[in-house]
Ligand binder design. Structure first.
Ligand code: NDP
Length: 458
């Protein structure tokens, strides 16, 4: 029997094993579609690694990884401005601590449920591993909708949220940060409430204000990091952002700073969106206007056109992908870019996709990009800059010092470059050169699996 035949047999066995474990995950987590997709996206990359390293199968690593170490669900009662009692549901999944304390953001959005939190927490394990920093994977949030709430309502809600969550987190246990609907204001209120209960443990949250323990560049990190990652992909083909037309979905934290960095590198950003619709500006989106409208005044993206008459507003955010562009950066939310949109982007000549959001492209859309030879920067690699700078914030808090913007930005660039290199190397080592999704999944998986094995059956 030739080596190749043995390898093929091993690969087929590994594929069957992966499918069996995946089927069990689906049976055990029925109705959790987002979580099932996240597991599938990772598992589909792993057969070659398992075939080459059968001890991962013997050690039941996949079965152990797909089950969170802990899932906390809790009631969040609070009183609104009309003196009415409201009740929301809070979540924290502490998915995997093999590499360090649980680390991952909190999301406040009406769509939040156990499935979404588990999908995000599962992804976070491998993303955090790719950063090379000692952080495990976690995620949390609530079905609370911050939209239209007063500052006082936000404060009362977040204080109630922390009054339960505080007992489960800590600088060496679990360190939350922001995500959709959770920015500097919310982190500030949560940190304040935690401090009242537990004392001043600065390292318990990241994304804090720079005046009280936050890191410079944390606000910009995810968007900048995504652009740095795409820059690496383009660079490998002798290309760059210079003179490129770019479409960026969303107009929140990740989107704004992805637009800013891409523009700085010479690109023209022609469109961005919010959950109601998108704007198209042939002169290039004025990022300062977007930032003021969305970050400061918390208004709708449709209001941009009143200040920029050549720009147009189009209801329905999905159609943003119909705009012809060289580079697309989905930076809004999960499943925002489907197979049909992927085909349109490819037909319009898109060269590169960089996922700033978590799992914004459906599995079918990713297949379209891969089969068309479009450069594809997968979320867990391309958007890891946020958590990487969060881990740098933890280091600064422990050392009680603050690095400058330039110092943190330089570290971010190095980390994004390392993530890119690891993804390329792993994709090549396992016979899938150019498939950075497989590369990132494999590189992240191996780090976590090896640490789990070293720590015994825990
Ligand atoms: P924000 O809440 O700051 O912004 C989210 C943006 O996306 C808003 O503009 C929102 O519009 C828009 N949006 C929501 N749903 C849709 C939709 N269906 N179509 C178009 N736009 C939509 O969140 P972030 O920028 O922090 O997060 C964005 C994504 O990036 C998420 O997937 C998050 O998990 C991921 N991410 C964030 C990190 C971070 O550091 N913040 C780190 C890594 C990943 P509206 O104003 O209408 O709600």
């Amino acid at each position: 029997m030739s080596t190749n035949t043995v390898e093929n047999k091993d690969l087929e066995n590994a594929k069957r094993y992966v499918q069996t474990v995946y089927d069990a995950v689906v049976a055990r987590n029925p109705h959790e579609r987002e979580f099932q997709d996240a597991v599938k996206e990772i598992f589909d990359s792993l057969a070659p690694v398992l075939a080459a390293n059968p001890h991962y199968i013997e050690q039941r690593i996949l079965e152990r990884m797909a089950e969170p170490e802990r899932m906390i669900t809790f009631r969040v009662p609070w009183v609104d401005d009309r003196n009415q009692i409201q009740v929301n549901r809070g979540f924290r999944v502490q998915f995997n601590s093999a590499l360090g304390p649980y680390k991952g953001g909190l999301r406040f959005h009406p769509s939040v449920n156990a499935s979404i939190i588990k999908f995000l927490g599962f992804e976070q394990i491998f993303k955090n591993a790719l950063t090379g920093q000692p952080i495990g994977g976690g995620k949390g949030g609530s079905d609370f909708d911050p939209k239209g709430k007063s500052d006082l309502e936000i404060m009362r809600f977040t204080q109630s949220f922390i009054t339960e969550l505080y007992r489960h987190i800590g600088p060496d246990i679990d360190v939350p940060a922001g995500d959709i609907g959770v920015g500097g204001r919310e982190i500030g209120y949560m940190f304040g409430q935690y401090k009242r209960i537990r004392g001043n443990e600065a390292g318990v949250f990241t994304g804090k204000g720079v005046g009280y323990g936050g890191s410079l560049t944390r606000t910009e990190a995810t968007g900048y990091g995504c652009v740095y990652f795409v820059q690496e992909m383009l660079g490998a083909r002798g290309d760059s952002f210079m003179d490129k037309t770019v479409v960026v979905s969303g107009s929140g934290n990740v989107s704004i700073y992805a637009m800013q960095k891409a523009a700085e590198l010479g690109a023209t950003i022609v469109a961005c969106s919010d959950s109601d619709g998108y704007i198209y500006d042939p002169d290039g989106i004025n990022i300062n206007t977007v930032r003021r409208l969305k970050e400061v005044e918390r208004r709708r993206i449709s209001e941009y056109v009143a200040e920029h008459p050549r720009a147009t507003y189009h209801p329905g955010s999905q159609n943003i992908w119909n705009i012809k562009c060289d580079i697309a950066l989905p930076c809004a939310t999960q499943n925002e870019l489907d197979e049909k949109s992927a085909h349109i982007l490819v037909e319009n000549g898109v060269k590169a996709i960089g996922e700033g959001a978590n799992m914004p492209s459906t599995l079918q859309a990713i297949d379209v990009f891969h089969s068309s030879g479009v450069l594809f920067g997968p979320a867990k690699a391309a958007n890891a800059g946020g958590v990487a700078v969060s881990a740098l914030e933890m280091s600064q808090n422990s050392m009680r010092l603050s690095w400058t913007f330039e110092e943190v930005d330089a570290k971010l660039k190095t980390i994004m470059n390392n993530i890119y290199r690891q993804s390329v190397d792993a994709s090549e080592a396992y016979g899938h050169a150019g498939n950075l999704l497989m590369g990132a999944n494999i590189a992240g998986f191996k780090k976590v699996a090896n640490a789990m094995i070293a720590q015994g059956v825990v």
